[in-house]
Design a protein around this ligand. Sequence first.
Ligand code: NAD
Ligand code: UFG
Length: 332
Amino acid sequence: MKILITGGAGYIGSHTAVALLEAGHTVVIADNLSNSKEWTIKKVTQIMSKRITFYNIDVTDEEAVENIFSNHPIEGVIHFAGLKAVGESVEKPLEYYYNNLVSTMVLAKACQKYKVMRFVFSSSAVVYGENQVPFVETMDLLPTTNPYGETKVMSERILFDIAKVNPAFSVSVLRYFNPIGAHESGIIGELPNGIPNNLMPYLTQVAKGKLKKLRIFGSDYPTVDGTGVRDYIHVMDLAEGHVAALENLTTGIHFYNLGTGQGTSVLELVNAFEQASGIKILYEVVERRPGDIALCYADVAKAKKDLGWTAKRDITTMCRDSWRFENNYKDR
Ligand code: NAD
Ligand code: UFG
């Protein structure tokens, strides 16, 4: 199939481009490079020795999006493009609501006009709020405490309403848990701008000596060792989950958790990283980060049953691959 990947120069989109090409699909990428570099697309073509058509456009621009649909026989869309920094979304709510909601509506509209019936959307475990773990797709969604999270809840709702009145539209909403790791080649990986917000890129930059020490946000949570627990998933497993979602789409809208089902605490991740890299991580425990929850992990039964997909790579592999990419990457 010929697939339009929005946000395909970014972290998850670029790894999904590799997985799609591996599975024999053709890829068109649309990205405005607001949080990525064209370099990454060149590296994907290098890994796969295959061509990718790239459009440097903003996907809130209806005309620019339609131009792609009228020039390519697109058969499916995977919509990754979005702003994703939780803290920044509190500072810049309008930017987040505009970018993340208008992009979803513009793409859904183009799909209706050009009769593209396959749509896969990047959602997040953030939509579960403080539900009881493990999070199951049938749970009621709870308030998310930040505009970023709300854009995911609202985008899900918009797609739900569109699917309800368009019986041929097939939508898969994928709720990601915590993607880490990098392609096994070490050629592409996560490239955050500035000081990372997320744990793994922060850890790898401490290991590399770019940052002095890790701050662990709170050690008094009701968890195994007091630090926050998350369901870390290798980005290539996540990428392969998108291929499975696309290839197993059926009409209507379907919601899937993409995680491993395993919780890992911050301290457990630090230990696993030290073992995988052979580098001691300097850290200090500081106050809790506002908005963080204690526990977040998935029930993964539905994706296994409907998509035949489960995550395969373990925490050691995730740490090894994150470190390999950070260690290889010279360009910053
Ligand atoms: P990323 O920032 O690396 O990739 C997003 C890409 O979208 C970037 O390349 C950026 O330049 C592009 N983009 C943003 N707005 C755009 C616009 N209007 N037009 C064109 N391009 C635009 O982020 P990621 O980690 O790869 O995340 C991809 C998606 O997955 C996002 O929607 C994010 O909210 C969601 N998600 C990510 C995580 C995570 O932890 N990484 C967790 C849950 C959900
Ligand atoms: N943490 C630290 N120090 C850091 C960074 C994080 O101790 O420097 C801790 C956090 O407190 C949390 C855990 O590490 O307990 C993971 O934090 P991340 O920032 O890596 O990830 P979050 O779970 O907070 O959020 C991520 C994405 C969101 C997404 C959410 C659910 O950033 O976009 O997962 O999928 F919504």
